[in-house]
Structures are given as structure tokens and as C-alpha cells.
Design a protein around this ligand. Structure first.
Ligand SMILES: [Zn+2]
Length: 266
């Protein structure tokens, strides 16, 4: 069996309308319905896509997480192979109530937070989110590493709440051009509960994913495409063709996600 036959799990995807406040080609290219996300995923041997709704996080500061979460819950029910993240904005109590309900569903794999698009410092609001997630033993996927969402600010919460599994998005991405935020975050974690995903345009940088695996361990890296913002076939192929062992690729593409999300993917 070749690596490209491994049925992958995409731990970081979206669906919905890409809205940066002005119409145009970007919005046309990066908008995709749930069906338009799941169909190409299947072509690239991605069996499960875990998505959060773009409506919940865009446009910056004006997303509608409550409506987005309701949409995502229905989309996950309607599309085999699609699971949702429930989006929490810690300043909107209704999103906690939704998360409480939705985390009980087999189609809701975890919590997504986006301190940048929602415009709040995670250093200030993270503790409440992690306290909540710990009650459910939930996975949190967080956007990183701009100034509101530094891995260095997120990891102390993961260290305080070992019941929570934290996935730091976008290996190689950083507001300051530093490729190392996510890897250093994993290295600063103390309970084996901190991971990072490959869902960034940065991932096409030569040697980056290979370096992350050497530094942080193949068991800490999850495949994520950030589709429909990026081409999911290209993202998949970056891992298929990485300079890594087949065993490491299998961990990244599939087995780590099975471990991190546990019963949700059973
Ligand atoms: Zn994303």
C-alpha cells in the first residue's frame, strides 16, 4: 500500500462564504459549500474532514458564530465524512451554550477558536475557554500565531488543563515571519496534549514539515488543509511527498487524528 492510499483525516477545514468585506475573485475562489468541500476531499483520499464555518469567523470582527454553528451542525448531519468544530467566541455566552449541546453530538469533534478574526487576546480569555473544554475533555483547535493568538500564550493553558487536547493551527505561520512558534509551543508543553497542524501556505516551504517532525515528533503533527482557502490536493500531496518515513506520514495523515479525537472518529 502506498502512502497516497492512506485514507487521511483533515483536522482543519472550513465551509461557507469567504467574506473579507469586499466581493471579488478571492471570495469567489475560496467560497465552498459543505458538498463542495467533501467532494474534492474524497478525490484526494481524505475520508473525514473536520470543518468550522467561515460564517462564524469572517469578516474580521463581524462573524456570526451562533448562526455559523447552527449551520455547521446541520451540514455535518447532512454530509457523511464531514464533522464540525463548534466555534466559541468567549465574549458571546450563547456560543458556550451551543458548545455544551453540540459537543455531545457524534458529529461535533471539538471546539474551534479564532482570537484574530474575533479580535480578543487569548492570553486574557483563554483560561475560561480551557476551563470549559476541560469539563468535556474536548479538543480545541486554535488559530495561531498572530499577536492575539501566540502559541506561547496558549500552551500554558494546555499545561494547566491536561484533559484538553490543543491543536495549534498553521505550522510555520507567524506575524513576525518566525517559522518556529508552533514547534516551540509543542516543546513547551508538559502533558503530551499539544499538537500542531500543517494547514498553512507556509507548509509548502521546503524542509519546514520535516524540521517540525524532527523537533516536535511525528506524533504531534496533524494533517490539515485549511480548505477551501487552500487547494486540499496540494496540501495532501505536501505530506505524501515529504522527506519523511512512511510510518511518520501515516501518523500525520491519519493515526494522530484517531488518537487525538478518540471516540469522535470511532
Ligand atoms: Zn483555518
Amino acid at each position: 500500500m502506498s502512502v497516497s492510499d492512506i485514507i487521511a483525516i483533515d483536522a482543519h477545514a472550513h465551509d461557507g462564504t469567504y467574506d473579507r468585506g469586499s466581493p471579488g475573485l478571492a471570495s469567489q475562489f475560496m467560497t465552498a459549500s459543505a458538498s463542495e468541500v467533501v467532494a474534492p476531499a474524497a478525490r484526494f483520499q481524505i475520508g473525514i474532514t473536520i470543518a468550522s464555518p467561515l460564517q462564524a469567523i469572517l469578516p474580521r470582527g463581524k462573524g456570526d458564530p451562533v448562526a455559523g454553528n447552527d449551520h455547521a451542525a446541520q451540514a455535518a448531519l447532512d454530509h457523511p465524512g464531514l464533522l464540525q468544530y463548534v466555534v466559541i467566541d468567549p465574549r458571546i455566552p450563547e456560543t458556550y451554550l451551543q458548545a455544551e449541546r453540540m459537543l455531545a453530538l457524534p458529529t461535533c469533534a471539538g471546539i474551534k477558536i479564532h482570537p484574530e478574526e474575533h479580535i480578543y487576546p487569548v492570553a486574557e480569555h483563554g483560561r475560561a475557554i480551557f476551563e470549559f473544554a476541560a469539563r468535556f475533555g474536548a479538543v480545541i483547535l486554535s488559530h495561531t500565531s498572530e499577536k492575539n493568538s501566540l502559541c506561547a500564550d496558549l500552551v500554558p493553558f494546555a499545561n494547566d488543563f491536561p484533559e484538553v487536547r490543543l491543536i495549534m493551527a498553521h505550522i510555520g505561520h507567524g506575524w513576525d515571519g518566525d517559522y518556529g512558534h508552533q514547534v516551540r509551543g509543542i516543546q513547551a508543553s508538559r502533558h503530551g496534549n499539544v499538537f500542531a497542524d500543517t494547514s498553512s501556505a507556509r507548509s509548502i516551504t521546503p524542509n519546514l514539515i520535516e524540521w517540525a517532525v524532527r523537533e516536535a515528533g511525528a506524533d504531534r503533527v496533524l494533517f490539515g488543509s485549511d480548505t477551501p482557502l487552500y487547494h486540499c490536493g496540494v496540501q495532501r500531496s505536501r505530506i505524501d511527498h515529504a522527506d519523511l518515513s512512511d510510518a511518520d506520514k501515516r501518523l500525520i495523515l491519519r493515526d494522530n487524528a484517531l488518537r487525538v479525537f478518540g471516540a469522535k472518529l470511532a
